[in-house]
Design a protein around this ligand. Sequence first.
Ligand code: 4IP
Ligand code: ZN
Length: 146
Amino acid sequence: LTPILEETLIKRSQQKKRTSPLNYKERVFVLTQSKLTYYELRAEKRVRKGSVELNRIKCVEIVRTNSTIIPCQNKYPFQVVHDSTMLYIFAPSNESRSVWVQNIKEEIRNNAEIAAKFHPQFWQEGEWMCCGQLDKMAPGCEGYNL
Ligand code: 4IP
Ligand code: ZN
């Protein structure tokens, strides 16, 4: 199966555990018709670090940043909301970000559980930057359209 997209991007740790560190890692992202997978590049070899099944994605959208400081080199973030967490990915350009968001949107078009609402800004330091809600699971504050 040939990948739809492949590019080195930066991701923020998903912090699945309460004790997980907040950090940013460069990963090779690969989008296929069934999965979004990311790999660490180690001595020219790809080591698989994580994967999101496309049928579990509820929302993919750019993250509105306004004046927030982005603590990594890539300044064009987008979000992939899946299961009960979100994966924040940082693209090197607006163009690259658009291509990823558009392609993932296309692939999840027929998903059963597309979100009706989402958070247009980051979850950061225990709060949603968009709406100020203090619960990571708080319902989205803006309507979502695929
Ligand atoms: C890790 O930090 C990496 O950032 C992981 O990302 C991340 O997993 C871990 O978060 C986080 O604890 P250390 O390398 O310093 O341990 P990667 O898998 O790309 O290496 P995610 O889920 O973001 O892939 P949690 O949420 O798995 O704990
Ligand atoms: Zn919000």
